[in-house]
Ligand binder design. Structure first.
Ligand SMILES: [Fe+2]
Length: 181
């Protein structure tokens, strides 16, 4: 949070909060899944910095309330590579950097930047892919209002080809438990 504050301006507060929430939730989910301690720590660090590369993307594109052009979307998609480069520059280990690079890879191979599929995608990035989308859907964006948790989960079930099936099945239990607490 302290590091991201230096890179993001005031109007990017929601982006900082998104990073913060994803870091917290992904480490809680990683614990729920039973991942080992080092992996939980890596996921927590990377989760809280995964979108740091968006600091390099022009604000007019990041905060555009209407549909992006292909060129603008191409630029947005570069953020995961920028995150990787920034985290490397900051001295984080390669494992953490790779989680950020691959947090938009889809399990069915349709993601970016390298169209990795299934277990080619690092485990931490597969965890982040799920939590990142859930957080994005359940919070306001400049171009749409937040969904409630139930609707977000329903939409993610329809898009479940994007996620590691074992992790996603556990995520549904995780959210069910989180919703009743
Ligand atoms: Fe991202």
């Amino acid at each position: 949070m302290i590091v991201t504050k230096k890179l993001f301006s005031i109007e990017d507060e929601e982006l900082q909060l998104h990073n913060y929430r994803v870091g917290k939730m992904s480490s809680r989910f990683a614990k729920f899944v039973g991942l080992h301690e080092q992996m939980i720590e890596d996921i927590a660090i990377c989760g809280s910095l995964h979108d740091i590369g968006k600091a390099v993307i022009p604000k007019r594109i990041l905060n555009k309330p209407t549909t992006l052009t292909n060129e603008e979307f191409k630029q947005i998609k570069m953020h995961s590579i920028y995150s990787y480069m920034i985290l490397r520059e900051m001295g984080y280990n390669e494992k953490i950097c790779l989680i950020s690079k691959y947090h938009h890879e889809n399990y069915n191979g349709t993601g970016y930047p390298d169209k990795l599929k299934e277990k080619e995608i690092p485990l931490g990035a597969r965890v982040l892919r799920i939590v990142d989308m859930f957080d994005a859907l359940t919070n306001d964006r400049i171009y749409r209002k937040a969904m409630n948790k139930k609707s977000a989960l329903f939409l993610m079930v329809k898009e479940n080809h994007l996620f590691d099936p074992d992790l996603f099945s556990m995520f549904k239990d995780f959210i069910d438990i989180a919703m009743v607490i």
